[in-house]
Ligand binder design. Structure first.
Ligand SMILES: [Zn+2]
Length: 158
């Protein structure tokens, strides 16, 4: 990286070195699905292809073949719900002038790490997403159930 990153790109408000950097640098695995999700968002923002790749489930179709992350602007991240192996989040992403923001309900699984002695680690499996324009104006009110209802309504309209 050309310039050292000070504030964590996952928008936690923490310093990068106290937030996602230890996961990116392989010092330790992200301990929860939420931490992994945040660190993947930050990895997209920083263009850390290898980290994005190794945090996918082993049988993920994009494992080892994922294209490098697009050079979008990663403007914000809000975790709306995190429980069990699921995380619902809102990602604020812009591509030049256009808003590419979306909400996603992500699924994570525990798998044996490739690092000897590390045991089981969380990995990203899959997610359902909706573009921001399909979400209610009051994002704060979005719950897992209302997100799934919206997802279903949208799928039926297609
Ligand atoms: Zn972070």
């Amino acid at each position: 990286m050309a310039t050292p990153v000070r504030d964590c790109p996952c928008h936690s408000g923490l310093r990068y070195r106290d937030c996602c950097r230890p996961y990116h640098e392989g010092e330790r695995p992200a301990p929860t699905p939420e931490a992994l999700m945040r660190s993947r968002y930050a990895a997209f923002a920083l263009g850390l292809d290898a980290y994005l790749d190794r945090t996918l489930v082993r049988d993920h179709p994009h494992r080892n073949t994922a294209p490098p992350p697009a050079r979008f602007r990663y403007m914000g991240l809000r975790i709306l719900h995190a429980e069990g192996n699921e995380v619902l989040f809102l990602a604020r992403i812009f591509d030049k002038g256009s808003d590419r923001s979306f909400a996603e309900l992500s699924q994570f699984v525990r798998e044996p790490s490739d690092v000897p002695g590390e045991g089981l680690v969380w990995r990203y499996a899959d997610g359902d997403l909706l573009e921001a324009r399909l979400l209610p104006p009051s994002i704060e009110s979005l719950t897992r159930d209302s997100f799934l209802a919206l997802l279903q309504r949208h799928a039926m309209a297609n």
